[in-house]
Design a protein around this ligand. Structure first.
Ligand SMILES: NC(=O)c1ccc[n+]([C@@H]2O[C@H](COP(=O)([O-])OP(=O)(O)OC[C@H]3O[C@@H](n4cnc5c(N)ncnc54)[C@H](OP(=O)(O)O)[C@@H]3O)[C@@H](O)[C@H]2O)c1
Length: 286
């Protein structure tokens, strides 16, 4: 297929790479052009000068940018992707964004007889690099069936949740589930350190038991080493928690643990750690 792609960050760079390696013809655009140059050098394909140019002739167009405002800029901003999307085309957004922006952009595309799918991902940098992400999708069934095989190139699980916006709402659920787990892991490791326990032995003993988690298996070693310059940025987690907590409040619920941990991440940001991986919660406790 001819595929257009916007956003070549920690996630988008390897995700688009898998599509190129699978034989799709991929044209990429990134706000900082040097990343697109590096990508083309590594994977072939073409570099576009604007989102609109990357869209010309594409069967499917995908994006994985930072947040709502980045997505709006890439789609309906100057030279945005929507200006060139051809009739019947599919736009798939893998950014973690609000459900509102998904519905807003979807309405604009309906007028052009194009399809919009929100398809945020989970699985982190490692999942993107190994092509093992989980994708939660909102959008029409017919459009989902067209894009599913493309998403499966970089994912081990692709699930349609419901209508447009429901993929983003499922991602909010995902982020609230993660927040407490990371803090629990940080508190457990802080105790193990203070008690002078052998951390690898503790992790070996508990990782396969009831306390085991993706965060524990994938993060304890880097947490122990104090390495956080990779992965899922604290700035993005705060953006995600803000979206999720607003949705919880809108629906009349409460999320006390998510609310508290959002403040812990604010501490990490104030200490200059906005781009550190979310496992940096341990830094606050050391
Ligand atoms: N990292 C993770 O573990 C992870 C896991 C699941 C979901 N996510 C979500 O996936 C999304 C991307 O995360 P990431 O970690 O890949 O972020 P990132 O490293 O900051 O990458 C975002 C990329 O989007 C580009 N971009 C932003 N606005 C743009 C625009 N208007 N036009 C073109 N390119 C634009 C940025 O360009 P520049 O090069 O100019 O900055 C950057 O390359 C976020 O919504 C995040 O919440 C991340």
């Amino acid at each position: 297929m001819k595929i257009g792609w916007i956003g070549l960050g920690v996630m988008g760079y390897p995700m688009a790479g898998h599509l190129a390696r699978a034989g799709h013809s991929v044209t990429v655009f990134n706000r900082t052009p040097s990343k697109a140059r590096d990508w083309v050098e590594e994977y072939g394909g073409r570099q576009a000068a604007s989102p609109a140019e990357a869209t010309i002739g594409a069967d499917i167009f995908l994006s994985c940018v930072g947040a709502d405002e980045d997505l709006r800029e890439a789609t309906i901003g100057p030279d945005g992707a929507f200006s060139e999307l051809s009739e019947g085309g599919c736009f798939v957004d893998c950014t973690t964004a609000s459900a509102d922006v998904a519905r807003e952009l979807s309405h604009l595309l309906n007028d052009k007889s194009c399809h919009y799918l929100d398809a945020p991902v989970s699985g982190g940098q490692a999942g993107a690099e190994s092509g093992q992400l989980s994708v939660m999708v909102g959008g029409e069934i017919a459009a989902f069936e067209i894009v599913q095989p493309v998403l499966e190139v970089f994912a081990r699980k692709v699930v349609r949740i419901g209508d447009v916006g429901s993929g983003q709402t499922a991602k909010m659920v995902n982020q609230l589930c993660i927040a407490g787990v990371v803090q629990g892991l940080a508190e457990g490791m802080a105790l193990a350190e203070r008690a002078g326990l052998d951390i690898p032995a503790v992790m070996e003993a508990i990782a396969e038991g009831a306390a085991g988690s993706w965060q524990m298996s994938n993060r304890w070693k880097t947490m122990q080493a104090g390495e956080y310059e990779f992965g899922f940025a604290v700035d993005w987690m705060r953006k995600d928690l803000s979206i999720a907590l607003k949705e919880v409040a809108r629906l009349g619920g409460t999320a006390p643990v998510g609310t508290l941990i959002d403040q812990f991440y604010a501490d990490v940001q104030r200490a200059g750690g906005g781009r550190l991986d979310t496992s940096s919660l341990l830094k606050r406790l050391r």
